[in-house]
Design a protein around this ligand. Structure first.
Ligand code: ABU
Length: 500
């Protein structure tokens, strides 16, 4: 019973060791119960409440912040309730997001970094983590296909920021004066990305002062892959209008369809026009770990930069994202400010290991550790098997959808990644001819089923419209805990929830 114990009684308070141990052990018990329940199919994926219900407080769980400290019994209740009203993203039937799963070694890694509570900016305060980052980046670069002598990179908060780095560094590579003189000293730059690519390319162009209107959106084929001839004609057209094309983003694993752009054809075009080629492999990068699937990224070795998020397909706890840059020195040159209080050059060690000035952040979390620890615990082969399993699940779902008359596939081909996109056709729409009326009604089906799904809490998958396609479900597999029985359940449950 912790009802008369307060945080001031824990370490570093004198004599606080025993109570600290007891409190943390109780917390570990709460987390172990959560982890165990998250993998049980009898548990709900979520216990949904509307924002106003959570804001008002539920069964003693209040978000209000007190002036006087709560006792540790209440703090433990708050920890339980926080997990209770959250979403079990490690549940085998959580299929909503590209990042999912609950890897025990990854969790252990995250716990350790909180206890270590240090900052990635200098070797002085993060000697081990800085060297782990170096080893991981080298390993990832060699898997991408770059030689040992080249390559640089940094771990940063998520794929959007990794993509932003790629544009920042590309611009600096062609126009180093931008760092001091700003965009006013540059011509009007043009960037190219496919219509299925991630919105972070446009967001980065806005953030970096280039403007989203100067991001040219290249057409995709039916399968969601960038069409190279359309890319080249867009580049030529932009040049004719007086713009300077400098950057192409190719995607390896698009967010919705899981499509892989033709990297070699795009690399040829970038080479012809002397443009920076970036590959956003935030989602698809994990396939490089699988001997069976890595050929889908053929040509990635020709990229000048690569985004790769181990927190997606490799199941590393959020967040863990890398930007890899082929040419060494650019990240440092581009971002270095040399703050004297942090990056002194007369320290008693090789200050090249004070890598923090490569970053646009100052403070930076040790995201590398959980990845390093998981890599040690699984080996490259273990990650490969995990990826294979997720793609087998996607193929199984694809096969089941082909057999069922109450479902339609959004595209006919076998999935390349673990994304499977489909419509559920409720009985009332089954006899309707294709056309506007059917589309308008079909558009409402997925959101309605999703609402019922959230209320019931039995599973979670996402939906969206895309281009001319009305709302459809996107199922993604990145949690190796998901089995074929969960896929059967998914289809049966959507059919149940979708009853008119
Ligand atoms: N753009 C990153 C995450 C998207 C998703 O999980 O659906």
């Amino acid at each position: 019973d912790f009802s008369s114990i307060y945080s001031k009684d824990l370490l570093p308070a004198a004599g606080g060791e025993e109570m600290t141990r007891a409190f943390l052990q109780e917390l570990v018990n709460i987390l172990l119960t959560y982890i165990s329940k998250s993998s049980q199919r009898s548990s709900k994926v979520l216990d949904f409440h509307h924002p106003h219900q959570l804001r008002e407080g539920l069964d003693g769980f209040s978000l209000e912040l007190p002036d006087q400290p709560d006792n540790l019994e209440q703090i433990l209740v708050d920890c339980r309730d926080t997990l209770k009203y959250g979403v079990r993203t490690g549940h085998p039937r959580f299929l909503n997001q590209l990042s999912s799963g609950l890897d025990v070694i990854g969790v252990a890694g995250e716990w350790l970094t909180s206890a270590a509570n240090t900052n990635m900016f200098t070797y002085e305060v993060s000697p081990v983590f800085i060297l782990m980052e170096e080893f991981l980046l080298k390993k990832m670069q060699s898997i991408v296909g770059w030689s040992e002598d080249v390559g640089d990179g940094i771990f940063c908060p998520g794929g959007t920021i990794s993509n932003l780095y790629s544009i920042l560094v590309a611009r600096y590579h062609f126009y180093p004066e931008v760092k001091t003189r700003g965009m006013g000293a540059l011509p009007r730059l043009a960037l190219f990305t496919s219509e299925h690519s991630h919105y972070s390319v446009k967001k980065s162009a806005a953030v970096l002062g280039m403007g989203c209107e100067n991001v040219f959106v290249v057409k995709c084929d039916e399968r969601g892959k960038m069409i190279p001839v359309d890319l080249e004609s867009s580049i030529v057209a932009a040049k004719e209008k007086g713009l300077v094309p400098f950057y192409v983003n190719a995607t390896a694993g698009t967010t919705v369809y899981g499509a892989f752009d033709p990297l070699n054809a795009i690399a040829d075009i970038c080479h012809r026009h002397t443009m920076w080629m970036h590959v956003d492999a935030a989602w698809g990068g994990g396939l490089l770990m699988s001997d069976r699937h890595k050929m889908k990224l053929q040509g990635i070795e020709r990229a000048w930069s690569v985004t790769w998020n181990p927190h997606k397909m490799m199941g590393v706890p959020l967040q863990c994202s890398a930007i890899l840059i082929k040419k060494r020195g650019l990240l440092q040159g581009c971002n270095e400010m040399g703050a004297d209080y942090l990056f002194q050059t007369d320290k008693p060690y090789d200050v090249n290991y004070d890598t923090g000035d490569k970053s646009i952040q100052c403070g930076r979390h040790q995201d590398v550790f959980k990845l390093w620890l998981m890599w040690k615990a699984k080996g490259t082969e273990g990650f490969g098997s995990q990826v294979n399993k997720c793609l087998e699940n996607a193929e199984y779902l694809f096969d089941q959808l082909q057999r069922r008359t109450d479902y339609e596939l959004v595209f006919e081909n076998k999935p390349e990644h673990s994304n499977v996109c489909f419509w559920y056709i409720p009985p009332s729409l089954r006899g309707l001819q294709p056309g506007t009326d059917r589309d308008m009604r079909l558009h409402q089906v997925a959101p309605r089923i999703k609402g019922r799904m959230m209320e019931k809490g039995s599973l979670l998958i996402g939906y969206q419209p895309l281009g001319t396609k009305v709302n459809f479900f996107r199922c993604v597999f990145s949690n190796p805990a998901t089995q074929q029985e969960d896929i059967d359940f998914l289809l049966d449950e959507i059919t149940r929830l979708g009853e008119d």
